[in-house]
Design a protein around this ligand. Structure first.
Ligand SMILES: N[C@@H](CCC(=O)NCCCC(=O)O)C(=O)O
Length: 261
């Protein structure tokens, strides 16, 4: 048996996304996600660049105890779920490829997974679900997109209620946070249209939009939210619950795998 140093942190892979600034390409992760992992989940983030080939991604997974799929402004390619064609500038095919492969590896090997915003949409698509390319087209919908004319902290301000549903990981976090109503922020145009068979709803917006899901019968924490808990990861009770529960699952995975003969 290998000895585990007491203080060795669980390692969480964070899939980055493509950005072009002044004609130069970058693979980006917003610092807020990394801070939420380090200080609230108490794990060590390791950035995984989009576009990795399968073999390299598998090599990353040999050291990972969890995966975080962040939000990103780009949209998932509709070709992955049979949606209408989209303008190529709105897509990030490398991120799609890496995230979807990472989800499949994580779920098949019992590695904890947390998806946020685009990450929730990726989880649904990876398991065979579909997306609405513009939620505002649905009847009775409230606004889910951010107002880009506002300062950034107001764009991320809490704006609508969510209602817990079922018994999945995020539904449990919502009930433990004991806040009523539970208000979340909202910065997305797209969302789940047809839920993948392998997922269950954990929370909905008052207008019916699916706001949180978890993987049915998963061996460990495998869940996603459409809102942005990383923005208030240190002080909002629900955000703290989500990142702590994810961090605990990653540490349990590390202990279980390191103590294997
Ligand atoms: N393009 C998709 C996904 C939106 C999303 O993930 N936004 C996050 C913005 C950046 C961040 O805070 O991480 C949609 O419009 O639904």
């Amino acid at each position: 048996m290998n000895a585990i140093p007491d203080r060795s942190p669980a390692i969480v892979g964070v899939v980055s996304y493509r950005q072009t600034v002044d004609s130069v390409g970058y693979e980006t992760v917003r610092i807020r996600y990394l801070e939420a992992l380090r200080s609230t989940a108490r794990v060590l983030p390791l950035v995984i660049p989009g576009g990795l080939e399968e073999e390299s991604l598998q090599a990353c997974f040999s050291v990972l105890n969890g995966v975080l799929l962040t939000g990103a402004e780009s949209n998932i390619s509709p070709s992955l779920y049979g949606g209408p064609e989209a303008c190529p500038e709105t897509l990030d095919l490398d991120r799609d490829r890496t995230s979807i492969a990472a989800i499949k590896i994580a779920l098949s090997s019992g590695i904890p997974l947390l998806g946020i915003c685009r990450g929730l949409q990726e989880l649904n698509v990876a398991l065979g679900g579909t997306l609405s390319s513009d939620l505002s087209e649905g009847e009775g919908r409230i606004t889910h997109v951010e107002d880009l004319t506002l300062p950034r902290d107001l764009q991320y301000a809490r704006s609508h209620a969510v209602l817990a549903e079922g018994h999945g990981y995020i539904a449990q976090c919502i009930r433990r946070s004991q806040k009523k109503p539970v208000l979340v922020n909202t910065l997305h145009r797209q969302g789940i249209a047809r839920l993948a068979d392998g997922l269950e709803v954990n929370a909905r917006c008052v207008d019916g939009v699916i706001e949180a899901v978890s993987v049915k019968d998963a061996a460990t924490f495998a869940a996603a939210v459409q809102w942005h808990p990383e923005w208030f990861h240190a002080e909002d009770p629900l955000s703290v619950e989500i990142f702590r529960a994810f961090g605990e699952a990653c540490r349990s995975h590390m202990i279980a795998t390191k103590s294997q003969p």
